[in-house]
Each structure stands twice: as C-alpha cells, then as structure tokens.
Design a protein around this ligand. Structure first.
Ligand code: 5AD
Ligand code: SF4
Ligand code: FES
Length: 351
C-alpha cells in the first residue's frame, strides 16, 4: 500500500509539470484506494487554477425536444421508451428561452435535444441565426449525429460549439450499447465538427456496465488524442425504463477521478461539473469544481418541460425555474471561493 501511494504521489508530482502521462500512470491513479484519492483531486485543482484560473463559466442548457430516433441502451428518452411523454419546444420558445437566459446573465446557451427528425439542420440553423441576431450569446449545439454538410449548415448559421460525447472508447462496448450507431461514424462526426471550425466538446460516462478500468483509462487517453476544447464526464445512472435498469451505476469517486485526470491530461480544456454528478451527491458539482472542473451547465429549460427530459432518474432542479438555478449555482460557486466568469468562455486552446 505504502508503495502504491508513493507511486501515485510521484505521478501527481509529474502531472504538475506535464500532461504527458502513460496509461500505466493513469491506471495507478484510477486504482488508487478511494479514501486516499484526495491527492489526485488536489493536484488537479492546482493545475486547474494555474491553467484556467478561478473563474467558473456558466452555460445555460436548453433541453428543447425529448423526441429521439435512437435507442441508446442507457438513455431514458430512447425512442422505444413508450412510458414518457414527449415534448418539443417551438422555434419561438427556444429563441425566447435563449433571450431570457442572456437576461439572467448567461453568455452561452447549449441547445440540446434527442435526435429529433423534426429538427433538421436547416431548422436548427434558423434558430441559431435568430438567436444570434437577438443576442450576443455564444451558441453550443448538442443535437447528435449529422452529415458533414448538415454540420456545415449549422456552423454557417453562427453556431460556435458542438457537444458530442463518444460515450466509451471501447468499440465493443459502444456496439453493445448503441443498436443504431457506429463508433467509427461517431468519431468521424467529431472530426467533421473540428474541420468545420467548431469548438468541440466530447466525453463519456463513467461506470457503464461492462466498463473496465482499462477502458476508463482509454477513454481519458481518447479525450487527449482528440484534443477536445471541452470534456464532459458524468457517472452512468441506471434508468428504470431501460434494459440497464438492474445494473450498477458509476460512482461519484470514479467520476471525480476521471475529471481530475482529464484536467491533468488536457491542461486548459473546459471541463464541466456535470448535472449527473450533482444527482449522485448534493455536493457533487462543487466536488467536481474542486477536482479540476471549471464549468457548470445549469438548466434553463422552462420548468414545465424539465421532468420530461429524464435521461436518468432523480435529476436535480426538476422543480426549479431558470432564475432560481441561476441564483443557486452562483451561491454554490461563491461558497467554494470561486467567481462566475463574465465573458463568453470560448476555448482557451490556440489552433
Ligand atoms: N446516465 C448518465 N448519463 C446519461 N446520458 C444519457 N443517459 C444517461 C444515463 N442513464 C448522457 C450521455 C449523453 C448525455 C447527453 O447524457 O452521455 O451523451
Ligand atoms: Fe437519443 Fe441521445 Fe438518448 Fe441516445 S443518448 S437515445 S441519441 S437522446
Ligand atoms: Fe438548479 Fe441548484 S442549480 S436548484
């Protein structure tokens, strides 16, 4: 044990200087006994402060449709789930939500939905265009897989960023969980987005059934290889309405380790303290912010639609409205001695 901890201290020491860590070094940290993991979180916190400072960037998340043509095994809004009510905000409602978010002090909105056939690239492009005309917001899209040409239509309309998690780096596990997607195509989407000049976010879930520490280490190395501008990581939380209902979920500590190691590997990338972390523990997002994260994505979806966008159960903020969440999260950020950024929070990477 002493020996293992000495090795982990040495890796942390090295990480302060460089993000060039080997898979073995990453695995050492992932396998660190939970009760001794603080050194990993503290090291990531130091690197976070040095690379991106104390400011936390807020992104207002608009969940504008829960229709989805896909059937990812873990997801509560998968197309074949007949037990949930479906909703779709109108184009006007989406723009209106963005305008209101700016009034609440957000500088970025993330427009997210299932893969809803109604929202074609040109419809989404129109929404982005009008939002850009009416506001000074940065716009991030998180609407799934499209062709290069469709991504181009959305980019040309003014979208700044795009989030598309690769979910897992294991092609085999990816296949088992995604009956209607292909791992290679997913990576191609990420490449297309980069080529088109989007600031690209990707990431994965921690603790998917069948995930090993090896796979988790490879997830981290894939994020580094993709050199993403943003890295979103959250624990898998089993959903009752899916085939994975009886499985174990990911743990907060493993998700925090993944966030911390991501900070070590990616240096100045933006890393959110995800809603899924806040769902596992009331202090989950604060813990993530103190373990490498520098972004929070509060929900700005009008309150009446929130409980229909249930990717996983017990999601936080379901009964709260956008103004409440804005105040709540600011309090949490100040409570840990950090500040809320006033700028757009664009990527810090120079390309
Ligand atoms: N638990 C945790 N995260 C989930 N997501 C989807 N379903 C779940 C779940 N059951 C995540 C996926 C997706 C993101 C929008 O939400 O990683 O990319
Ligand atoms: Fe649809 Fe995304 Fe859920 Fe998959 S994870 S079923 S693509 S909303
Ligand atoms: Fe929504 Fe705290 S962020 S209630």
């Amino acid at each position: 044990m002493v020996n293992i901890m000495q090795k982990i201290y040495a890796v942390c020491e090295k990480a302060l200087q460089t993000g060039d860590l080997s898979k073995e070094e990453i695995l050492l940290m992932l396998n660190c006994p939970d009760e001794n993991s603080d050194i990993i979180f503290q090291t990531a916190d130091i690197i976070r402060k040095k690379e991106v400072g104390d400011e936390v960037h807020l992104r207002g998340l608009i969940e504008f449709s829960n229709f989805c043509r896909k059937n990812c095994e873990y997801c509560g809004i998968r197309g074949k789930n007949k037990t949930i009510e479906r909703y779709r905000l109108t184009e006007e409602q989406i723009v209106d939500t963005a305008v209101k978010s700016e009034k609440l002090g957000y500088r970025t909105v993330v427009m997210q939905s299932g893969e809803d056939p109604y929202f074609t690239a040109s419809r989404i492009a129109e929404i982005v265009k009008v939002t850009k005309e009416k506001t000074d917001l940065a716009v991030t899209l998180s609407v799934g897989e499209f062709s290069y040409d469709d991504y181009k239509i959305m980019k040309d309309s003014g979208a700044d960023r795009y989030l598309l998690r690769f979910e897992t780096s294991s092609e085999e596990l990816y296949k088992a969980l995604h009956p209607d997607s292909d791992f290679r195509e997913r990576l191609q989407c990420l490449q297309d987005l980069r080529a088109l000049g989007y600031q690209v976010g990707s990431g994965f879930m921690v603790g998917l059934p069948g995930e090993t520490m090896e796979i988790l280490a490879d997830n981290l190395l894939l994020l580094q290889k993709l050199d993403v501008d943003m890295a979103g990581i959250g624990p898998f939380i089993p959903n009752e309405d899916t085939s994975l209902a009886g499985e174990n979920g990911g743990t907060l500590i493993n998700a925090l380790k993944a966030v911390a190691i991501t900070r070590m590997l990616l240096r100045n990338a933006h890393i959110p303290a995800t809603t899924a972390m806040g769902t596992l523990d009331p202090k989950g997002r604060e813990m993530a912010l103190q373990s490498g994260a520098n972004v929070v994505m509060p929900n700005v979806t009008p309150q009446e639609y929130r409980e229909m966008y249930l990717l996983y159960p017990n999601k936080i903020c379901l009964t709260d409205d956008p103004a409440h969440c804005r105040g709540c999260i600011t309090g949490k950020i100040h409570g840990i001695g950090r500040t809320v950024s006033k700028d757009h929070g664009h990527t810090l990477k120079h390309r």
